[in-house]
Ligand binder design. Structure first.
Ligand SMILES: Nc1ncnc2c1ncn2[C@@H]1O[C@H](COP(=O)(O)OP(=O)(O)OP(=O)(O)O)[C@@H](O)[C@H]1O
Length: 326
């Protein structure tokens, strides 16, 4: 580490800049090695910090080690998620146990108000009999440590909810960069451009790096969040709530979000999405009523539905552009 030049350090670990910022350290010559850089800092400067050269170097190593630990933890993976049944809205017991393995896509269906979002919220919160359903969530067959529920480092779940509004007075490019840096992700500029490109593909009406966040429409905001989650989130569980209502291309959105190394749960009223999963959970009156595997003939149906949907999408696009459907 000490033999890396400052330039190499920053290109390999962009978050290291925080160390310089936090300690008010100037960077003038990026060609110096870290050790050389620290050794050439004036004593007077270090005295103000109550430290000597060696102390500053140690502090630097501790900082880098901590950042690396956080980074590893953020990329941690899990094998399974288990929902231990609670009760429905009438207090009747629901299905006992549902185990979901890494790589599975599970859809959640049921009438309006039946409790689909509640199930997602239970998972997001890692409920331990402390929500209205009395459900319990296990990770890898164990009760997750209490600290995970509040921890930013152990962000186990990424959630795209139905309501999404930005309140920050900042432009799109800066927002994505800030988010990427806070997650200690490399290639920030490249990722930012990718996110904007994909978000524009999902929403239709293009925005760019300089568009203020607060001027994005509902659909554009959702498109940005989908692309942002797809490229920046390292959480092993992704929860998606009624993406079809967002006015964006939901099939493309799903293609972006679904990842072999994740568990994906999608609450939906859309038959096309409902049949995309490996299994679907049917919710009735607040409880898990059935768990069905998508059958082979349903998968064939899905192909027909996709063709119908493509026609619908073309019509939608033409109407949006002000064309006639004669
Ligand atoms: N098992 C339960 N016990 C008590 N309350 C419940 C239970 N399940 C759901 N609820 C409550 O019922 C209400 C409606 O649930 P929810 O919003 O999850 O429905 P939904 O299926 O997502 O509806 P929509 O399709 O309209 O989005 C919520 O207030 C939720 O907390």
């Amino acid at each position: 580490m000490e033999n890396l030049t400052i330039e190499e350090l920053l290109s390999r670990y962009p978050y290291a800049i925080e160390f310089f910022d936090v300690n008010g350290l100037p960077i003038e010559d990026k060609q110096k090695t870290i050790q050389e850089y620290i050794n050439t800092l004036p004593y007077v400067f270090l005295e103000d910090m109550g430290i000597n050269h060696q102390g500053l170097f140690k502090r630097f190593l501790v900082f880098m080690q901590r950042m690396e630990d956080i980074r590893k933890e953020r990329n941690f993976s899990i094998h399974s998620l288990t929902v231990l049944g609670g009760t429905d809205k009438n207090g009747k017991k629901e299905q006992d146990k549902l185990k979901i393995s890494m790589g599975e896509i599970i859809c959640i269906v049921g009438p309006t108000g039946s409790g689909k979002s509640r199930l997602l919220a239970d998972i997001e919160w890692m409920a331990q009999k402390d929500t209205p359903t009395g459900r319990r969530i296990l990770i890898d067959d164990c009760i997750p440590p209490e600290s995970w529920r509040f921890s930013i480092e152990h962000k186990l779940v990424a959630q795209l909810s139905q309501n999404m509004n930005f309140v920050m007075d900042i432009c799109v490019g800066d927002f994505i960069k800030l988010h990427a840096q806070s997650r200690m992700i490399d290639d920030v500029d490249d990722k930012t451009l990718k996110i904007i490109h994909h978000a524009n593909e999902l929403s239709g009406e293009a925005f760019d790096l300089n568009t203020p966040l607060t001027s994005l429409s509902g659909g554009q905001s959702r498109a940005l969040m989908v692309a942002d989650t797809a490229f920046l989130s390292t959480s092993p569980i992704v929860l998606i709530d009624e993406i079809e209502n967002a006015g964006i291309n939901r099939k493309k959105a799903l293609e972006l979000l679904v990842d072999q190394n994740k568990i994906v749960l999608i609450a939906t009223h859309d038959p096309l999405l409902a049949l995309t999963g490996d299994k679907r959970i049917v919710i009735k009156n607040g409880g898990i009523y059935k768990v069905l595997e998508t059958t082979e003939s349903e998968k064939q149906r899905l192909e027909q539905l996709t063709e119908i949907d493509n026609v619908m999408m073309q019509y939608r696009e033409r109407l949006r552009k002000g064309e006639l459907l004669d």
